[in-house]
Design a protein around this ligand. Structure first.
Ligand code: GDP
Length: 333
């Protein structure tokens, strides 16, 4: 049974990756941050299953700024593969808390690399990088050779971590690679990301739970894919003989307004009657023209995005309607 260790296991990607690896008969260990708000809903189905939890799936308390604990856990479980997904991942928030964003996202990755380097059996490493490293790129679409020009604290922290992973791969011959992933969404997306915020609001308005949706820049655009396609890409990257960096993207740019329009269409409402502009949600700096070219992953990993944008947003909106039926409470984000 191959052993995998996942940092950020409670997040959108960590939970889908756990599902995938467990279906492939891995023993999966996840790192969980000890916080006062214990929110693990995305992995509850694994945690609550006595056939899985404690047998094939294990959780460990760990803070990425606690290298002693990290070293102890990795020495004990001796993973074959590490998927490093943890970090403060909200770009807007990184302007509010830049120091802790950099400590966790940039230095946290370096600390992990340092520990891995010393392990007796050096595991393969996947690092979840981000299209935010490109910031305001000088070309579109972006691929693995596009220079990094981050415009947000989060993008800058990710750029540092991404370079460090490449440096360790080359200097210490580690099987370590960066997945430079463009935005990827799903019903398990964090509630303060724009797709989830919109889908939830459309669902709530449709059942009469609220009357309006306040939004930042509707013209902002992203290359949005489906998280389930992207975790498959992570796994494929670590099954290659040679470690490398890969861009995963759909290659299609959509605006926030497109998301709004599909979500409201799903609940059969005209979005113009409910959406209000609110500058509080604008960012001090926005990346622009972030759209990816994933030809390398398509050719070498045989990776293809399988879901399309329209059905993804519809699925997310329908999932919110189901959630409202089961969890009536929610708040504006
Ligand atoms: P990001 O790419 O990691 O920043 O993902 P987000 O889902 O947080 O934001 C995607 C884009 O939506 C950004 O360009 C935001 O500026 C834009 N946006 C517009 N209105 C909103 C809003 O009300 N909330 C959020 N979170 N983003 C918004």
């Amino acid at each position: 049974m191959p052993v995998a260790f996942i940092t950020g296991v409670t997040g959108q990607d960590g939970s889908y990756l756990s599902d995938l690896l467990l279906s492939k008969s891995y023993e999966v260990h996840g790192a969980v941050r000890r916080t006062s708000a214990l929110r693990r809903s995305r992995i509850d189905h694994l945690y609550q299953d006595p056939e899985i939890y404690g047998k094939q799936f294990f959780l460990h308390y760990l803070d990425l700024n606690d290298p002693t604990t990290l070293r102890r856990i990795l020495t004990k479980i001796q993973p074959d593969e590490i998927y490093h997904l943890a970090g403060q991942s909200h770009v807007g928030l990184s302007f509010e808390i830049p120091e802790s964003t950099c400590d966790l996202t940039a230095m946290g990755t370096l600390r992990l690399l340092e520990i891995i380097r010393d392990l007796k059996k050096v595991p393969k490493l996947f690092h979840a990088s981000s299209s935010e490293v490109f910031g305001k790129p000088d070309r579109a679409p972006q691929d693995e050779s596009t220079p990094f020009r981050p415009v947000t604290p989060y993008g800058c922290a990710k750029a540092f971590a991404t370079h460090m992973v490449s440096i360790y791969r080359n200097a210490f011959h580690m099987h370590a690679g960066n997945g430079i992933f463009f935005n990827h969404e799903s019903p398990r997306r964090g509630e303060n990301f724009v797709t989830r915020k919109i889908c939830r609001a459309a669902a709530e308005i449709s059942v009469g739970k609220r009357t309006e949706l306040r939004m930042g820049d509707l013209k902002a655009s992203r290359d949005w894919g489906d998280a389930r396609d992207y975790v498959r890409g992570m796994w494929l990257m670590l099954q290659q003989d040679q470690p490398d960096d890969y861009v995963l993207a759909t290659g299609k740019l959509h605006s926030v307004e497109d998301v709004v329009s599909i979500a409201f269409q799903t609940v059969k409402l005209d979005w113009r009657e409910y959406v209000r502009r609110d500058e509080r949600f604008d960012r001090p700096q926005e990346p622009c023209n972030l759209v990816g070219n994933s030809s390398k992953a398509q050719q070498r990993l045989n990776w293809q995005p399988q879901s399309d944008f329209h059905s993804l947003i519809s699925e997310m909106t329908e999932s919110e309607i189901n959630l409202i039926k089961h969890q009536p409470d929610s708040s504006d984000i």
